[in-house]
Design a protein around this ligand. Structure first.
Ligand SMILES: [Zn+2]
Length: 225
């Protein structure tokens, strides 16, 4: 170790040996297709360009691989989050290997465990690592994901992503419908991976509240079924 051994972990987290005041836990949320993963990668790019070092994490990315992919064609390798991953241990292991970690990009954070959201808060408060989380707020029944609920409770900042996603009727779409065999599902496991490509076994479609509650997928769906 160098002189860094005299510094607290929080100072090491800053990478440059200075304690930065103001690490924050920020949660960006919105329905599918609103550009969450695109914003996650843009955030990583912006911080990396300023010389900061971060880790990109995801869970259940649409590619089903350890990467963040976006519907507009961007991709970035990522660490796949599993239930037993301790985010603090992950950062400590990187530090032990001599790498700086100034921030985490946590894509698909709605699928993380509640314990992992607590770990995000620990990283901000005790390690001075910024955590930027991106995800859905609600599941296919329009109920909060447990991790999203905890992020709403703990985050320093919560932002609704402003890219509008429209229901087929033209209203703003806030809710993610799970479509199984052409109908809006009302029961089932909270997490079932599908994509928004038509005619998959399970797919998701963004609807306005009115049509989510009515289970109305619109005239295109009616013609296709
Ligand atoms: Zn609608």
């Amino acid at each position: 170790m160098t002189d860094d051994s005299a510094l607290s972990p929080a100072c090491l987290a800053a990478g440059d040996g200075r304690l930065r005041h103001g690490a924050a836990l920020k949660f960006f949320w919105g329905p599918m297709d609103c550009g969450k993963s695109t914003l996650a990668l843009q955030m990583d790019h912006n911080h990396a360009r300023q010389g900061r070092r971060g880790l990109v994490l995801t869970r259940n990315d649409r590619s089903l691989g350890p990467q963040v992919t976006t519907r507009i064609g961007l991709a970035h390798s990522a660490i796949e989050v599993t239930d037993d991953l301790d985010l603090r241990a992950l950062v400590r292991s990187r530090w032990a290997d001599g790498f700086r970690v100034d921030y985490l990009i946590c894509d698909e954070a709605c699928f993380y465990t509640v314990a992992q959201v607590e770990q995000m808060a620990d990283l901000v408060d005790s390690y001075d690592v910024d955590v930027f989380a991106f995800g859905l707020a609600t599941d296919f029944r329009s109920a909060l994901f447990p991790a999203a609920q905890r992020l709403f409770e703990l985050a320093d900042e919560v932002s609704r992503i402003q890219v509008e996603v429209l229901c087929w009727c033209g209203r703003q779409g806030h809710l993610n419908a799970r479509v199984v065999a052409g109908a809006v599902a009302r029961e089932g496991a909270q997490v079932v991976i599908g994509d928004t490509v038509d005619h998959a076994d399970v797919r998701y479609q963004v609807l306005c509240r009115r049509h989510h509650r009515a289970g109305d997928l619109g005239p295109t769906a009616a013609r296709a079924s």
